[in-house]
Design a protein around this ligand. Structure first.
Ligand SMILES: Cc1cc2nc3c(=O)[nH]c(=O)nc-3n(C[C@H](O)[C@H](O)[C@H](O)COP(=O)(O)O)c2cc1C
Length: 414
């Protein structure tokens, strides 16, 4: 019976333990979590989602306050076209987060950054260019292009000195999305170094419609592998979504995957950025407590715990401070929903908004509890303590469980 440790992910002549911990914004996949994966010989992700907030919290900057003060006069306006990001600040915050993480890196593994295209930031192209270039400048080992088709992303960095040396990957959920990306990226004369194939059981936003349950990760991976073989394209495929045990992972590796990307099992580790009380909510969840809904203003379905405080919470939009989901014209669908409810309930002190959520503020405050489909199995990965709480795990414990376990077994903490 094969285990994950019988395989290696190869990039050129270098070999890695074929376990990637996926990016989880906002600062759920912390530096500490990513650094553990790298120390143990695998690959970890930090995320650049809401990077200025992350920088303020971790590195004592004050980017958010500065932006909020600059634009406070637009607070009552439904359109936020004026609320532009200061690109110098985005660059500085990205550099800080990436360089501090890379300086702390130990071991033979790698640290990548997850960059979501759907963070359109009121100027999609300009802000994405700064994010990608700053991460490369600050020495990131690789970039995973996420939440979007990224058809123009390679061209934003093709003249960067590190364009060919950094590892660049893309997340897709269908063969069609990969074909579109490859067609465009060919123009930069560079293939991605890896392709994460994310299935419908993943956490965060899904690359599927509300009919996500009709799809199956293994089938999509097989279809992509066969097509690539026919085209003589050799890029490591990295399946993601619902890979819960070392045996689940080994099965994909035996079928030819280069590595696996996993996240949910790491949401209940000490290194994960969620508050401890929220980690207990993840442990406690049953299958019925998890839903895929459409409250994200990005337009993508998102999976989360049904008791997430974000659901229905009609807070005032706070684009002056954040504004990461403003489209190129300064609009966000939450602003529309919020204003509709305020107009319908003029005397209410606080309205409720159920169709959309203010994702920036809610994610920033860890109130939107996004999670993978198999979160309800987390309680089986640990022990219950005498006070009724579940014992948090170390990232090393979970990583090694993926690496060495066989027979569908999950090692409980000592
Ligand atoms: C809490 C949480 C947050 C996530 N946030 C992001 C994100 O910001 N960007 C992204 O590309 N994927 C995100 N994901 C998806 C993961 O990176 C990963 O691909 C997926 O969850 C793997 O499936 P698993 O959770 O079943 O192991 C998130 C997943 C979780 C559980």
């Amino acid at each position: 019976m094969k285990k994950v440790d019988d395989f290696r992910l190869k990039f050129g002549h270098k070999e890695y333990v074929p376990i990637m911990i996926g990016g989880m914004g906002v600062d759920i996949s912390t530096s500490s979590l990513a650094l553990e994966a790298a120390r143990l010989g695998g690959i970890g992700h930090i995320s650049d989602a809401m990077i200025k907030t992350v920088s303020d919290r971790r590195y004592d900057t004050s980017f958010v306050k500065q932006k909020a003060q600059l634009y406070k006069h637009t607070a009552d306006s439904p359109n936020k076209a004026e609320v532009q990001f200061n690109l110098g600040h985005v660059e500085e915050a990205t550099r800080l987060h990436v360089s501090k993480t890379m300086e702390a890196k130990r071991g033979d593994g790698l640290v990548f950054v997850n960059c979501m295209e759907k963070l359109t930031m009121n100027a999609p192209k300009e802000t994405l260019a700064v994010r990608l270039r700053a991460a490369l400048d600050a020495g990131i080992d690789g970039i995973t292009l996420a939440a979007g088709l990224h058809l123009g992303s390679f061209s934003l960095i093709e003249n960067h000195a590190r364009f060919r040396d950094a590892k660049l990957g893309i997340i897709v959920s269908s063969l069609r999305a990969l074909q579109l990306f490859l067609k465009k990226s060919m123009r930069s004369n560079r293939l991605p170094d890896y392709v994460v194939v994310e299935g419908p059981l993943a956490g965060g936003h899904l690359g599927f419609g509300m009919d996500w349950a009709k799809y199956d990760l293994a089938t999509i991976v097989r279809e992509i592998r066969q097509w690539m073989k026919g085209e003589h394209i050799d890029i490591p495929l990295v399946p993601a979504g619902g890979i819960f045990t070392g045996s689940d992972a080994a099965a994909f590796l035996e079928e030819g995957a280069g590595a696996v990307q996993v996240a949910t099992r790491f949401t209940v580790t000490e290194e994960c950025g969620l508050p401890d009380a929220v980690k207990q909510e993840y442990f406690k969840a049953s299958e019925d407590d998890i839903e895929v809904n459409q409250i994200s203003p990005t337009g993508y379905p998102m999976r989360m715990l049904k008791n997430s405080p974000a659901i229905g919470d009609g807070i005032r939009p706070n684009c002056e401070s954040y504004g990461y989901l403003l489209d190129a014209n300064g609009n966000c669908s939450y602003i529309t929903s919020y204003n509709r409810e305020v107009a319908a309930h003029p005397d209410a002190k606080r309205v409720q908004v159920f169709d959309k959520t203010c994702l920036c503020t809610q994610m920033r405050n860890f109130k939107c509890w996004t999670c993978g489909h198999l979160t309800y199995r987390l309680k089986d990965t640990t022990k219950k303590l005498t006070d009724g709480l579940y014992r948090l795990l170390s990232a090393e414990h979970v990583f090694k469980d993926y690496q060495f376990s066989t027979g569908g077994k999950i090692a409980l903490p000592a």
